[in-house]
Write a protein that binds this ligand. Structure first.
Ligand SMILES: Nc1nc(=O)c2c([nH]1)NC[C@@H]1CN(c3ccc(C(=O)N[C@@H](CCC(=O)O)C(=O)O)cc3)C=[N+]21
Ligand SMILES: [Mg+2]
Length: 291
C-alpha cells in the first residue's frame, strides 16, 4: 500500500467547523439563521439514515432544519404543493427532495418545480445550464465535494488528464463540467466505453461514479494518479466503493476510502450551498472564495 488515504471525513469536519463560524456571522447580520428544508417520501431505511444525518449536521452548523416526511403513497400533486409552499416560505433558503422517489412520482417534474434559487442540490435544469455556461448557481454537492478534495491535494488542476466514469446528471456530468472549468482534459466514460482500462490508464485524476462494486481495478490506474471513489455499494462485505480499493491503493498517489471519503463531503457541501443561498436571498455579501 503506497497511496495516501484522502480523509474526506476529517476534511468535511474541519470544513463544517469553518462553516459554523460563517453561519453565526450571517445570522448576526441577517437576524435569522439559514434554513434548509429536507423532504423524505416513503420509508426507505437508507434514505431515512441520510435524512437524519443531514438534519443533525444542519443543526450542528447553526442552521434551521425543516424536515417533512410524506407517506410512500403520497400523490404527486401533494408533493408538488409542498414544494410550492417551501418555495414561498421566506425562512427556507434551501430545498432538498430526497431521491429516489417512489415509482409513481416523476422525479423530473418534482425537481423542476423547485425554485432554482433554492435548489441547493443543484439538480434543476436551470442550475445544470448555469454550470455548463459558467453562470453563478448551485453545483451538485457530491461533485463539488470531490473537486474540493482534488484541489486540496493537487492545487492547480490545469492541463491534467481527468477521467470521469459515469454520466449521471447528479454526479458524472456536473463533475466533468467542474473539471473542465479547472482546465483539465476531460473524458467521460460509461457502460458503452470501449477498452475502459486503457482510458483509465492515461488519467492523472480518476473519478469513479458508476455504482458497481469494485469495478475499477488497480491494474488500470496510472502510478501516482489521484483516485476519487464516489461509489456507495451495500454488499455482503459491507459498504464498498466502485474502485477495488486494495488494488488501487498499491499504485495510486492518493485515494478516497469508502466509507469516510466522498460521502461526508456531500453533506458538508449541502450546508455550504444553503449558506450561500441564504447570503444571496438576504443580500448579505460574503467574501468570494470564503465558502
Ligand atoms: N436529493 C438528494 N440529494 C442527495 O445528495 C442525495 C439524495 N437525494 N439521495 C441519496 C444520495 C446519497 N447521499 C449520500 C450522502 C452522504 C453519504 C455519507 O455521508 N456517507 C458516509 C457514510 C455512509 C454509511 O455509513 O452509510 C461515508 O461515505 O462515509 C452518503 C450518501 C446523498 N444523496
Ligand atoms: Mg420515479
Amino acid at each position: 500500500m503506497s497511496a495516501e488515504i484522502i480523509d474526506g471525513k476529517a476534511f468535511a469536519e474541519a470544513f463544517r467547523g469553518r462553516l459554523a463560524v460563517q453561519v453565526a456571522a450571517f445570522a448576526a447580520a441577517a437576524k435569522r439563521a439559514p434554513g434548509l428544508a429536507v423532504v423524505l417520501v416513503g420509508e426507505d431505511p437508507a434514505s431515512a439514515v441520510y435524512v437524519r444525518s443531514k438534519g443533525k449536521a444542519t443543526r450542528a452548523a447553526g442552521m434551521e432544519s425543516f424536515e417533512h416526511r410524506l407517506p410512500a403513497t403520497v400523490a404527486q400533486d401533494e408533493l408538488l404543493a409542498l414544494v410550492d409552499r417551501l418555495n414561498a416560505d421566506p425562512a427556507v433558503d434551501g430545498i432538498l427532495v430526497q431521491l429516489p422517489l417512489p415509482g409513481h412520482i416523476d422525479e423530473r417534474v418534482v425537481i423542476t418545480r423547485i425554485d432554482p434559487d433554492k435548489d441547493v442540490d443543484g439538480f434543476h435544469p436551470v442550475n445544470a445550464g448555469r454550470l455548463a455556461t459558467g453562470l453563478e448557481g448551485f453545483v451538485p454537492c457530491t461533485p463539488l465535494g470531490c473537486l474540493m478534495l482534488l484541489k486540496d491535494r493537487l492545487g492547480d488542476l490545469a492541463g491534467l488528464d481527468a477521467v470521469v466514469i459515469g454520466r449521471s446528471n447528479i454526479v458524472g456530468k456536473p463533475m466533468a463540467q467542474l473539471l473542465l472549468g479547472e482546465s483539465c482534459t476531460v473524458t467521460i466514460a460509461h457502460s458503452k466505453t470501449r477498452d475502459l482500462s486503457s482510458v483509465v490508464r492515461r488519467a492523472d485524476i480518476v473519478v469513479a461514479a458508476v455504482g458497481r462494486p469494485r469495478m475499477i481495478k488497480g491494474e488500470w490506474i496510472k502510478p501516482g494518479a489521484t483516485v476519487i471513489d464516489v461509489g456507495i455499494n451495500r454488499t455482503e462485505d459491507g459498504l464498498v466503493g466502485d474502485v477495488d480499493f486494495a488494488g488501487a491503493a498499491s499504485v495510486a498517489g492518493a485515494i478516497t476510502p469508502v466509507p469516510g471519503g466522498v460521502g461526508p463531503m456531500t453533506i458538508a457541501v449541502l450546508l455550504r450551498n444553503t449558506l450561500v443561498s441564504a447570503h444571496r436571498r438576504a443580500s448579505v455579501p460574503y467574501e468570494k472564495g470564503s465558502l
